[in-house]
Ligand binder design. Structure first.
Ligand code: THU
Length: 160
């Protein structure tokens, strides 16, 4: 018998401006995307922006539905769309922001469990990790390896 501990590494910034210019731009794209979210039930608009290896940016936002479970989070809208148009284009980074009452939230929004499961499988599939940028007005978290967000995840792939 052995007791094991799992740690995750992330970097904390005090503002979006503290991020480098490349990630700053990605966050700006996530903010733009959030404006087009369809969130009449939660009034919580989420924007996701993917930085691709070829330097293009693909965005998504949450799409809700009167039948609540039929909606989809911003992250999965962006991830599924990116892989549907070009499965070989590697996703390098993913920025997530949320707008509530017309303002970016003070604190970062972290992806839900289902999105973490999808992010994890995308990483395995493309054999390249994804840097996550979770941006709030007063705090920004940069998670260098998004796989760390879902330890012991469900997987058919044999783990080391
Ligand atoms: N939502 C996202 O789009 N991404 C997240 O990471 C958290 C939650 C959406 C789902 C729903 O439309 C709304 O935010 C409120 O939960």
């Amino acid at each position: 018998m052995k007791s094991k501990i799992i740690n995750i590494e992330y970097i904390e910034y005090n503002s979006i401006d503290e991020l480098g210019s490349q990630y700053n731009r990605l966050v700006e794209k996530a903010i733009e995307a959030a404006k087009y979210a369809y969130a009449p039930y939660s009034n919580f608009k989420v924007g996701a922006a993917l930085l691709m290896k070829d330097n293009t940016i693909i965005t998504g936002n949450n799409q809700e539905n009167a039948a609540y479970p039929s909606g989809l989070c911003a992250e999965r809208v962006a991830l599924f769309y990116a892989k549907s148009i070009n499965p070989d284009n590697v996703i390098v980074a993913l920025a997530i922001i949320a707008i509530q009452n017309n303002e970016i939230t003070d604190y970062p929004v972290s992806p839900c469990g289902s999105c973490r499961q999808v992010i994890a499988e995308v990483i395995e599939r493309q054999k390249n990790t994804i840097v996550l940028i979770l941006a709030g007005k007063n705090k920004v978290f940069l998670i260098p390896d998004a796989l760390q967000l879902l330890p012991l995840k469900f997987s058919f792939v044999k783990e080391k």
